[in-house]
Design a protein around this ligand. Structure first.
Ligand code: OGA
Ligand code: MN
Length: 295
């Protein structure tokens, strides 16, 4: 079967039809999905509930898997594979987490606009999130297009940010939420990394305004000046015209490109169960341009 896509907004997101992602993918199907990702940055596969092994296999078709925040906060988990992120308000025992539980801070952190694992090198490429249990109300996920956001910047701003470097730190968004209970060792597990604020996608050639909640400051600027710039850019990048909002149904799989988009969860009642499962690939740097950017 070949892939067909149906765009969901003018800039970002498409429904993907015609490929059963529960089966092993052929190299042609992998290529088709990657090409569609280059174009739409977010793909929605409806009515394709995956078990854990199928989700791991699907994700591995696109590269090595990422462990993300589990490096900072390890501990027990309830999945067969440590590479599956438990995007839920449920504890390892399967109970709905109490308001004070660390799991809820994770949920709230995901409600800030971010790119998964932008705080590490290599960074994350594709995230693939599968819906297992969804609340009756709320809990949508929004995605914004950082390519369209860059294109829409005025020329003065483009000139002002050209060549700037942002510092990304895993715990910055946690600190912003007042979640500061990390010891020295935990704070140092994932040292800050630097990324160009403006990137060129090695595959599509498009420029990308790469901001988000893990950005802590701008190299060569005072912290307040850098943060103000980052907030302004984030506000610009998350205007409604660049956003696709996904309303989950059980069995949806949404795949997004972390190097070209930001996403955030939306509010839901934490007393209700919401369970999603995510696998994420690491970016594999291939082109000379991409190698230079990652250096
Ligand atoms: C994620 C994430 C948001 C949500 O899975 O990486 O940020 O809506 N999810 O749960
Ligand atoms: Mn995320």
């Amino acid at each position: 079967m070949t892939l067909q896509t149906r765009p969901l907004t003018p800039h970002i997101g498409a429904e993907a039809i015609g490929i059963d992602i529960r089966q092993p993918l052929t190299p042609e199907q992998v290529h088709e999905i990657e090409a569609a990702m280059d174009r739409h940055a977010v793909l929605v596969f409806k009515r394709q509930p995956l078990d854990q092994d199928q989700q791991i296999r699907f994700a591995q078709s696109f590269g090595p898997l990422d462990l993300g925040f589990r490096r900072v906060r390890g501990g027990p988990h309830r999945f067969k594979h440590a590479e599956l992120a438990d995007i839920s308000n449920v504890t390892v025992d399967g109970d709905i987490a109490a308001r004070e539980h660390a799991k809820i801070v994770g949920n709230l952190g995901n409600q800030l606009w971010h790119s998964d694992s932008s705080f590490q090198r290599p960074r994350a490429k594709y995230s693939m999130l599968s819906a297992v249990v969804v609340p009756a109300k709320g809990g949508d996920t929004e995605f914004t297009d950082l390519r369209a956001a860059y294109d829409a910047l005025d020329e003065d701003t483009k000139a002002r940010i050209d060549g700037l470097t942002a510092v990304h730190y895993a715990l910055h968004s946690r600190f912003m939420l007042g979640d500061t209970g990390y010891d020295e060792a935990q704070r140092n597990v994932m040292p800050p990394v630097e990324w160009p604020l403006v990137q060129t996608d090695p595959r599509s050639g498009r420029r990308i305004l790469w901001v988000g909640a893990h950005c802590e400051r701008i190299v060569g600027m005072t912290v307040p000046e850098g943060r103000m710039l980052l907030w302004d850019l984030l506000e610009h990048a998350t205007q409604r015209e660049f956003v696709y909002r996904h309303q989950w149904e059980v069995g949806d799989l949404v795949m997004w490109d972390n190097t070209a988009t930001l996403h955030r969860g939306r509010h839901f009642d934490f007393a209700e169960r919401r369970e999603l499962r995510r696998a994420t690939t690491e970016e594999v740097v291939t082109s000379p341009e991409a190698q230079r950017l990652a250096a």
